[in-house]
Ligand binder design. Structure first.
Ligand SMILES: *[C@@H]1O[C@H](CO)[C@@H](O)[C@H](O)[C@H]1NC(C)=O
Ligand SMILES: *[C@@H]1O[C@H](CO)[C@@H](O)[C@H](O)[C@H]1NC(C)=O
Ligand SMILES: *[C@@H]1O[C@H](CO)[C@@H](O)[C@H](O)[C@H]1NC(C)=O
Length: 617
């Protein structure tokens, strides 16, 4: 080898001993998103300070949200090579790295590290366990504490909890390193609308630690999960799951909305109990009454809540209807993607998140269809408290390749579907589970939705199941759910391509319609060329909002006539907000321009409920 080259290589080798050189990270800065929202500048550096798990609350917790460090990794093998902290760049957690709020606004990274140095609160009982909780990491996370791998998780929308007691120092700094892998588009994973191949209806992906990370102090044996559901008769089913899974005495106290204890029970953990609450005030969108619950088991006390309400289906004047507390309640609301121009999958703040919910409620709608995305738990809590029914879709697998999922991918998807149900089945606001949307990621060589429907009924017998919303219906589930743009075909004997005629044995439903578009002026438009290019793929474009609102009135009135005349039991209007190149929201993507004529929409929406009420007399 040439001498000079040899020296050069030697120098390179020496220069690659970086651990002795103290590193500093490039500092965090809120970047400028392509389009901002009224909340972008309010995020600060302590984002999402709210207690993240509203249905299992403990006093002793510490939020780890804030400034962490980040660096990309070159591939899967990097997980074996723990990098020193701090990492190369500061990042705000929680965030999607593609969003401006992260401080990175970066694309196409599939493997990466996140790091944080933290201390454990000194006043925590040293006999207690310390749990490290992640509310959601998209897509796979491998977690190290002080250099030791303490766990891993797969699935971009779900919480996981690691007992790190044996690996943390109580009296000094702890190093947390998280290796993340996100194969969006490369494999068939639950990814919903995320794609790296942007198109009109598929958007920016979300990668990384996109929900709250926190520490919690729990006794040796502790309550790991509560399953609670209350019905219209005041019966409450409760299972208090504990780590030890051995029958232990638990005390359950139920409080009414004024904080009065209405019932008190001595039960046994890890077994299903049914208790009776005397004549509870029922939960409904008009009267979203909730009851707080306190559960004590040995030295562990947790707080939760429930609502008393029953969801079922039944015959009303000869038509199969969805029932809430025994009555036909017409369900009307928007398709809701839960996308943000600054945070992508995560609303910039809690206020921003509830802005969307309040917009829907203020128009007099009683429902939202959460579209192939799963939100942070605080979203469902807000729907419980504000009274908004939720139709919850399972997150679909990728669509762009046209290839159907393999058996292994299907199995993993079904595993995550179980997790969605188990994690969310306590929320009174959720009324329906949706398995498949428009054939996306749906195997049709056999009809897995039949088996999955049975499986969901086993996991959660208290809700309805929309096995297939749009297109590939084979008769499974509680609904015949049509998609048609722009005009609805709800419970009608007529239908169009990819659809089926109304099936009188099931509930007639319009899972999507509308989608009227209007290009807002540039201040409210997502100015990304790949998105702007697709605007004219919208089902119907309107040159001004007057025309948009007139057509909306026509479509809502047509829906009203279908309620009058046929078997229409609910409908979903596309959609809450503009998203990237889709300019069909009630409000623009930045939530700064309300497109709908509020007074007119309120009247049109009320007319739907009035028409439905007349069918139930
Ligand atoms: C119920 O619990 C929530 C959360 O802990 C609390 O904010 C609320 O004040 C409680 N309600 C009553 C009536 O005590
Ligand atoms: C509860 O806490 C007390 C005081 O720390 C302790 O003596 C007792 O052993 C604990 N009980 C259980 C069942 O862990
Ligand atoms: C949609 O817009 C793009 C760019 O503005 C244009 O190239 C394309 O021809 C348009 N397509 C239709 C169907 O109008």
């Amino acid at each position: 080898m040439h001498m000079i080259l040899q020296i050069f290589l030697l120098l390179c080798a020496t220069a690659r001993v970086p651990s002795s050189i103290p590193k500093s990270s490039s500092p965090y800065r809120l970047l400028e998103p392509p389009l901002d929202t009224p909340w972008t500048a309010k995020v600060g550096t302590s984002p999402w300070p709210q207690y993240p798990r509203p249905q299992l609350r403990r006093d002793a917790w510490q939020n780890l949200n804030g400034i962490w460090t980040y660096q990309s990794a070159s591939g899967p093998n990097d997980v074996k090579d723990l990098p020193d902290l701090p990492l190369a760049q500061e990042v705000l957690i929680p965030s999607c790295i593609e969003g401006a709020i992260s401080g990175l606004q970066t694309w196409g990274v599939t493997h990466m590290w996140f790091g944080l140095t933290f201390t454990v609160p000194q006043d925590w009982d040293s006999d207690h366990r310390v749990l490290l909780n992640f509310e959601a990491v998209d897509y796979e996370a491998t977690v190290f504490i002080n250099g030791v791998q303490v766990g891993s998780n797969r699935g971009g929308y779900f919480r996981f909890s690691l007992d790190v007691s044996a690996h943390i120092k109580r009296d000094g700094p702890n190093k947390l390193q998280v290796f993340v892998f996100d194969p969006t588009d490369d494999e068939s994973i639950p990814q919903g609308k995320q794609t790296k191949r942007l198109s009109h209806i598929f958007y920016t992906p979300c990668t990384g630690i996109w929900q709250t990370v926190w520490l919690e102090s729990v006794p040796k044996n502790y309550i790991t999960k509560l399953d609670v559901s209350g019905d219209m008769e005041g019966k409450m089913d409760i299972t208090v799951q504990t780590l030890d899974k051995r029958p232990t005495n638990v005390v359950v106290e139920i409080q009414d909305e004024h904080g009065e204890i209405v019932s008190h029970h001595q039960l046994t953990s890890d077994t299903l109990s049914r208790v009776q609450v005397p004549s509870p005030k029922l939960w409904s969108p008009d009267s979203p009454t909730l009851y707080n619950i306190t559960v004590t088991m040995e030295n562990d006390t947790v707080k939760s809540y429930t609502g008393f309400r029953t969801i079922s289906s039944g015959w009303v004047n000869g038509i199969k209807r969805p029932l809430l507390n025994g009555k036909f309640v017409f369900q009307f609301g928007p398709l809701d993607q839960g996308y943000w121009p600054d945070g992508i999958h995560l609303a910039p703040t809690w206020d921003a998140m509830v802005y969307d919910i309040d917009l829907i409620k203020d128009l007099g709608m009683n429902m939202v269809r959460k579209h192939i995305k799963i939100e942070p738990d605080l979203f469902y809590e807000a729907c419980d408290r504000r009274g908004l029914l939720v139709i919850q879709d399972m997150v679909s697998m990728r669509v762009h390749t046209g290839a159907r999922p393999t058996d292994a991918e299907q199995t993993e998807w079904e595993r995550q579907l179980d997790i969605m149900i188990n994690e969310h089945k306590n929320y009174p606001s959720i009324v329906t589970w949706v398995i498949y949307n428009e054939g996306w990621g749906q195997r049709t060589d056999y009809y897995p939705e039949f088996k999955i429907t049975d499986r969901i009924r086993e996991l959660d017998p208290t809700r309805l199941i929309d096995a297939v919303t749009g297109w590939e219906d084979h008769g499974a589930g509680d609904f015949l759910d049509n998609h048609h743009y722009a005009d609805p075909q709800c419970g009608t004997p007529y239908y169009s391509r990819l659809s089926s005629p109304y099936d009188p044995q099931r509930i007639g439903f319009q899972g999507e319609f509308g989608g009227l578009g209007h290009k807002p002026d540039d201040r409210h438009l997502w100015p990304v060329e790949a998105a702007v290019r697709t605007i004219n793929e919208t089902y119907e474009m309107h040159a001004d909002t007057e025309s948009y609102n007139w057509r909306a009135h026509v479509l809502l009135d047509l829906l009203r006539q279908q309620i009058d005349r046929y078997a229409c039991s609910g409908a979903v209007y596309t959609q809450t907000t503009d998203v990237e190149g889709e300019v069909n929201g009630l409000v623009t993507y930045d939530r700064r321009m309300i497109r709908v004529d509020t007074a007119q929409w309120k009247m049109d929406v009320k007319a739907l409920y009035d028409a439905a009420a007349a069918r139930a007399i």
